[in-house]
Design a protein around this ligand. Sequence first.
Ligand code: PAF
Length: 277
Amino acid sequence: METVRTVADLRAAVKGWRQEGHSIGLVPTMGALHPGHMALVKASLEATTRTIATIFVNPKQFGPAEDLDSYPRHEAADSELLAAAGVDLLFAPSVPEMYGDDFATGVHIDGLGDIFEGSARPGFFDGVATVVAKLLCQAAADSAFFGEKDYQQLLVIRRMAQDLNIPTAIEGVPTVREADGLAMSSRNAYLTAAERATAPMLFKVIADIATRLAAGGGAADLSQEGLGRLIDAGFTCVDYLAVVDGETLAPATRGRPARVLVAARLGQARLIDNVAA
Ligand code: PAF
């Protein structure tokens, strides 16, 4: 697996593959890879003949009080994992390569980008949409793969690609979970042993809500009860726990695909998860 660090080198590799008739998949990441990322890689390897993974800890999607400096960075280990999995090219640009001093453009997604994660983390989706728009334009891949773990992010990226006429297909890949149900995330590393034991309650609560909705339970009552269960379990704050429409994230209506979304804080960690309902 070759590693390139400039957009020019990325484009040269893509141009060569296009001339050879390959289809190209893109797996954008911020590194600190875990099996959830490797599921994205596997999906790309199965769907296309050349796979590009990217590692870029994108400063534009971190708020001033967030963990940009301490975000885990393990490029050498990540690179070994990607090569062993069969990735063809790693694109790992520097911050100046992605954002020159005179960088002046931002992408904002009205509505979908302003609720839930968008209101809990102001500027987050602008940063995600801006960097993903750049990566999609740089790589000009046929398909790009994103985890359903960050469900709102997946919808925001789909909306952005559609609105900007970026012809890369945006593919969602199911969440990969630990044996006890905790969704895999690079930020799980922030959990203490005691918090790690409590963390699977997040998935248990939303999975239980999904089951009881299917049995005819009411969304508002179930969400309220679930919130109480999380606080009782030791979560310090629940940013949101909501049953929403699976496409628009508006309040769910019977007969349409729905999603249960949650974000809650446990010690220093902020965990998010979701399930279909
Ligand atoms: O989900 C992530 O890891 C990041 O938000 C992404 C999509 C790579 C953009 O930086």
